[in-house]
Design a binder for this molecule. Sequence first.
Ligand SMILES: C[S@@+](CC[C@H](N)C(=O)[O-])C[C@H]1O[C@@H](n2cnc3c(N)ncnc32)[C@H](O)[C@@H]1O
Length: 363
Amino acid sequence: MPEPAVFLFVCCQFGCEKTCKRELLSRYTGLRFAFSRPGFMTFKVTDESIRPGKFQLVSTFARVWGWSRGKAKSHEPKELAAAVTEIISAVENSSHFTMLHCWQRDTAMPGKSGFEPGISPVAKEAGQHLLDAFTPQRPNLRLNGISQPGQPTLCVVLVERDEWWMGWHDAATITQQWPGGAPAIELPQMVVSRAWLKMHEAVLWGQVPIQKGDVVAEIGSAPGGAAQFLLERGVTVIAIDPAQMDPTVAEHPSLLHVRRRARDVPKRVLKDVRWLTIDVNMPPSYTIEVIRDYVQIRGLPVRGIIATLKLPDWKLAEDIDNYRQQFFQLGFPFVETRQLAFNRQELCLVALRKRRTASRPRR
Ligand SMILES: C[S@@+](CC[C@H](N)C(=O)[O-])C[C@H]1O[C@@H](n2cnc3c(N)ncnc32)[C@H](O)[C@@H]1O
C-alpha cells in the first residue's frame, strides 16, 4: 500500500498569501502549493524529511501551521462537527489529544473595520459543537486554552462557514501554543493606539526580558500605544517623535517626550537606555540606519531591540535575510522575525544580545 499523501496547512495574514507562499516555496523544495483562500493555504509534502516528529516549519509569515487532515463540508455546524470527529478518529490515534484549537481564518487585514485576529464568536460556537461531538471519546478535551509545550493539539480552521479544515500540531513553539497563532490579549479599557497590541504581542512572542525600571527609547512613539504598554509594566520610556503624544501617556511621570526626529536627539538624553523599540513609517533601510546610529553610541549598552519593519511593497519581504544579517553585524546574535498577528503590512524583528531563558506564555 502506498503511504497516503502528506499535507501541511498554514494560516497567515489576510492578503499576505502570495508573500507567505513565496517564502515557504523558496525555503522548502519539498513543498508543493495545493490550495489557498485569504489567510489560509495548504501544501503537499514531496520530501520524506518533512514528517511529524522531525520537522518544524520556520517562517516569518506563517502565523500557525500543522499537519492537514483535509476538510468537511456542510451547512449544518453539528454535521460539520460530527464529520470532523469521524475523519480525525479514522486517521489519528486521537486519544492523545487533550487540547482542541478552533479558529476562523482572518476575514480582513488586522485593524481594518474593527477586525482583530482571535477567536471570533462563530469560531467559539463551532468549538463548542466540536467539543460536544468529541466528548464521548475524549472527555478531557479542552477548547482553545494555551497548549503545553509539545502538547499534541487538534486544529480546526473555519475556512468558510460551511467548510472546516482540520489537522494537528505538537505545539512545539510559543505561537503554536496559542489558538490560531494569536495570543489572547485582553485590551484595557482605553488604549491609545493599536501599537499597544503589537508591543504586547512582540514582548510575548520574542520573550523579551524588559524589566520594571529598565529604560526604553521608543522611537516613533506618537500617539503612544506602545509607550502605554511599557509604562504599565513599570518601564521608563524616552519617547522620541516630532508628533504629539496622547496626553494620557505624555503626562505619565515615567515618560520623557523628546519632540524631535530620531537622528536629532542629543546623546546625553539616551545615556541610561538599555532597550530600543522603533516603529516609524519609513522603509526598513531607514529604520535599520537609525538603529545603527543608536547602537553605535559609545557606552550605550543596548540589550535588545524590537523593530517594526514596514513593507510598503511586499517585495521587501525578499530582503529579510539581509535585514537579519545587519543585526548580526551590529552584535546581536539572536535575531528573529515574525509577522505578528496584530501587525499590518509590516513585520516584527526582535534582536537580542543574549539568549533569553525560556518561559511560558500567560493569559
Ligand atoms: C506608526 S506611528 C508609531 C506608533 C507608535 N509607536 C504608538 O505606539 O502609537 C509612526 C510614528 O513615527 C514617527 N516618525 C516618522 N519618522 C520619524 C523619525 N525620523 N524620528 C522619530 N519619529 C518618526 C511619526 O511621526 C509617527 O508618529
